[in-house]
Ligand binder design. Structure first.
Ligand SMILES: Nc1nc2c(ncn2[C@@H]2O[C@H](COP(=O)(O)OP(=O)(O)OP(=O)(O)O)[C@@H](O)[C@H]2O)c(=O)[nH]1
Ligand SMILES: [Mg+2]
Length: 326
């Protein structure tokens, strides 16, 4: 088995896309023997990862994320880059779909030699979905992709998750009134390193310009992630590929700045540390829930808490005590 994993790692490093796809399938697997294989593989490839720009892209359903990624991806390939597209899609568990499921929207990109588009299967928990996306990022980097685009639908927590695994967070908006109108929470706005009003074409251009002006004044009142980076507010038309080059100029400027001043390394270090802790928390809770003595008392204690007979802290302590005894 170790030789097979080594061979897989070697193939990924040589840029074999089928090997990459196979490895991502392994990462996505929930079978426990696959977890071990994934860990071995990631350890082997870790030294060859990290050399990419990781860009998170979010926005409300239908804002044009996939169309934007297609336009940006094609532009980047022309510049000589190689582009991997991944997705964080916790909503798929509910809708049964997938944000990248409709591959036709990225037809050109998906068939390009220099691109790798990976639709996201339905996930049960956000934690599970984000783990495999994080691991897939490392795999794509090891395979030589120098730009990783992570798409997530704006449903709340998933934006935070994406911002926690990328170097830069790009928020797409529609040509429409202020953020209340678009249902975008202040906290999400504050994560944005770049704000782009999409669909600035046809009879929407005037409205897009107005929206841009509104957001330019709005960002002054936000607590942004960096004091020396005021998120630029720009516009584009993804279907006509207009404004894409200017957006990339800003992404590059941000990337240069954060690479030069060490912020990117710092951010990635923080992200890795937070990831380690969330992995531990998740694994511990899963182990606790699987514990036989905990299982027998859980239903009763939970019912007592629900009925208001027992304080939650007391119940929690009793469960932890029983778990620790084993
Ligand atoms: N006019 C115009 N329409 C666009 C533009 N970009 C996307 N659209 C259209 O908007 C619709 C949604 O585009 P998608 O790219 O699928 O949007 P999305 O944000 O990825 O959608 P979900 O993944 O379902 O959340 C499609 O009908 C696109 O053709 C644009 O720049 N201009
Ligand atoms: Mg999409």
């Amino acid at each position: 088995m170790a030789e097979q994993i080594q061979a897989l790692a070697d193939n990924i490093l040589s840029g074999d896309r089928r090997a990459l796809a196979k490895a991502i399938t392994l990462v996505e697997s929930t079978r426990s023997e696959h977890h071990q294989q994934t860990s071995t593989l990631l350890e082997m490839l870790m030294p060859q990862s990290g050399r990419s720009i990781r860009l998170g892209i979010s926005g409300a359903p239908g804002v044009g994320k996939s169309t934007f990624i297609e336009a940006l991806g094609i532009y980047l390939i022309k510049l000589g880059h190689s582009v991997a597209v991944l997705a964080v899609d916790p909503s798929s568990a509910v809708t049964g779909g997938s944000i990248l499921g409709d591959k036709t929207r990225m037809e050109t990109l998906a068939f390009s030699e220099r691109a790798f588009v990976r639709p996201s299967p339905a996930g049960r928990t956000l934690g599970g979905v984000t783990r495999r996306t994080r691991e897939s990022i490392l795999l794509c980097e090891a395979a030589g992709f120098d730009i990783i685009l992570v798409e997530t639908v704006g449903v709340g927590q998933s934006e935070t998750a994406v911002a926690d695994m990328t170097d830069m967070f790009l928020l797409l908006l529609l040509p429409a009134g202020g953020d209340e109108l678009q249902g975008i929470k202040r906290g999400i706005m504050e994560l944005a390193d770049l704000i782009v009003v999409n669909k600035s074409d046809g009879d929407q251009i005037a409205l897009a310009n107005q929206t841009m002006a509104d957001y330019r004044s709005a960002v002054h009142f936000l607590t942004t992630r960096y004091d020396d980076w005021q998120p630029p507010v720009m516009s584009c038309s993804s279907i006509y590929s207009q404004g894409i080059a200017d957006i990339w100029t800003e992404v590059s400027r941000f990337n240069d700045m954060t690479s030069d001043n060490g912020r990117q390394l710092q951010l990635r270090a923080q992200q890795s540390k937070a990831w380690m802790w969330s992995e531990m928390e998740e694994a511990l809770v899963a182990d606790l829930k699987a514990d036989e003595s905990v299982k027998t008392m859980l239903t009763g204690l939970e019912a007592a808490v629900v009925a208001g007979h027992l304080p939650a802290t007391v119940a929690a302590q009793q469960i932890i005590d029983a778990y620790k005894k084993n």
